[in-house]
Design a binder for this molecule. Sequence first.
Ligand code: NG1
Ligand code: ZN
Length: 556
Amino acid sequence: MEGQPSMLLQAASAFHPPPGKKITYGTAGFRADATILSSTVFRAGVLAVLRSLKNGGAAVGLMITASHNPVGDNGVKIADPGGGMMAQSWEPFADALAGAATAEDFVEIVLVFAAKEEIPIGRLEKSEVLLARDSRPSGATLIEAAKMGIASVAGAVAIDMGILTTPQLHWMVRQRNRGWGSSEMDYFLQLSNSFRSLIELSGEEPMASGYDPVLLVDAANGVGGGKLKELVKLLGAGIEIHVRNCGEEGEGLLNEGVGADFVQKEKTIPHGFTAQDTGKRCASLDGDADRIVYFTIRANDENKVDLVDGDKILSLFALFISEHLAIIADADDEKEDKKTKKKTLGVVQTAYANGASTEFLREMGVAVALAPTGVKHLHAMAAQYDVGIYFEANGHGTVLFAPGFLTKLQDLANLCSGTMREKAARTLLAVSEVVNQAVGDALSGMLLAEVILWHRGWSMQDWASLYQDLPSRQLKVKVANRNAVSTTESETRVVDPPGLQDAIDAETAKYNAGRSFVRPSGTEDVVRVYAEASTQAAADALAASVALHVSHYLSA
Ligand code: NG1
Ligand code: ZN
C-alpha cells in the first residue's frame, strides 16, 4: 500500500482494541475503563479529522473525559463545527471504527466510508482538530493517542488546548469557526463581561433583598474548580464564590461522594460540606463541568439536601427570559409581537422532568416540548425557537438564541434608546453572551442563575418554592437484553414488548397524579423505570410494580 492507506495502517498497527469488549458511541461518546481506551481514542482522532474534512476543513473538537464516571474511567467525544455534539448519523460509523478487529479492517472501513461520503482523505486538504482533556490522570497518554490518530491523516492539524472543561472546548470550536476569539481568556472575558453587564442592566438590588452574596461550590474534584477560580477573579464585587473540591491535595477523589451527579441522585451532602453550611446557597458541578445543580443543606437533617435541579434552573431562566420578552412585546405598536410571543420562547424537557415543573411552565404560558433523553435531542429541538431553553433534570442544559432574533434584538435596542424596551433587549443580548450556546455549561449557567437571583432579590427558599416537586422514584432493572424495549412519543410509551405499556397504564391508573414510563438506558446495561405520584410512598410503590412488569416481560 502506498501513501495515505499505508500511513494509516502503520499508525493504527500500534494500537490494539480490547479483545472481546465492544465500546460504542453512546449518549455521551465512547466511555470505558481508561486502561482499554487507547485504540478507541486513536481511532476517534481519525474520526475527528474525517468530520473536519467532511465540513470543508472547519475545526472540530475532540474531548477526553468521562464526565461524572469514576476516576478510573475515561472517554472521548467529538464536537461538530457548530460546537454541538457530533451528528448522530455518524454514530454507526464511529462504532464500526472502534469495533474493527484489526488495523487492516480499520483502514478498510475508513477508506470505504471516505469514498462513499466523498471525503478528500489523503489529498493534503486542510483539516483541523482542537483537542482537550479533563483533569483525569489517564488523559495525558490518551491525548497522545488522539494526536497520533490525527497525524495519520495527511494535512491534518491538531491543536492541543490543554486541560479544559467540556463546554469550554465546545465553545472554542464554535467561536473559531465563526472567526471569533477562541482562547481560554476570551471565554473567561465573555462570561465575566456579560455577567457584569447583566448586573448593571438590573439596576439597584431590590429593597429587602433575600439574595446572599455567598455561594459555596462543590467542583466534584474535577476540572471545573480551577477554572471557576480563574473566572471568579474577573467577576468583580457583589458576589462571593467559595470553591471547594477542586481536586487539590487532600480533597479526595474525582466524583467520589461529590459532584452534581452524586448530589442529584443521592440527595446527600457532598464531601467538604458540613452542618455549618446549613441554609447556605450551594451548587455542585460534575467532573467535566457541563452539569450543575443547586442545593441547600437541611437544618436538623444534616446528611440530606434540598435539591434545586435542572428543572428548577430551567424554570428560573424561563421566568426571567419571558419577563423580558414580554417587555419587548408590550409596546402598543407591537401588537403582532405580543400575539406571537408564545411562539418566540420555547422550552424543551425530557420525560424525566418533574411533572410539577412542566405544569409550572405551561401555566406561565410557555410552550413545552418533550425530547428523548440525551442533550443532542434537546438541543436540536430548542434550536427551533427564537429563544429555546433546554434542560435535563440532572442539570445539563442551556439557552439558545436564533441568529435572526439576535439581530432583531440589536436593532430594537438601537431604535428604542432610553426606554424599558431597550433595557430588556440589551438584557437578552447579554444573556445570549453569558450562556454557552454550544452546549450546557455549569459555569455559565451558574452566572445566569446568580444574576437572576440577584435581580429578583431571591433567597434559595424563594427559588425552591417556585413549585413543589412531585414525589418521584427512579429504579434500574437488569434484564437480558435492554434493547428489547423500544419506545415512542419521546420515550413516554412502550411499543415493544407488546403488552408492557398496558400493564404500566393499569398500574399508573391506581395512583393519584400517577405517571410512569420505562426506557432502555443509553449509558448502562439496564432498563430505567421512572414513577411519579402525589406521595413518596405512592411513587415508590408505582415504580416497584412497574419494575416487576419490566422483569416479567423481559425475562427470556
Ligand atoms: P441514560 O443512561 O441513557 O439514561 C444518562 C442520563 C441522561 C444523560 C446521559 C449522558 C438520566 C435518567 N439519564 O443517560 O440524562 O445525562 O446519561 O450522560 O439521568
Ligand atoms: Zn459532564
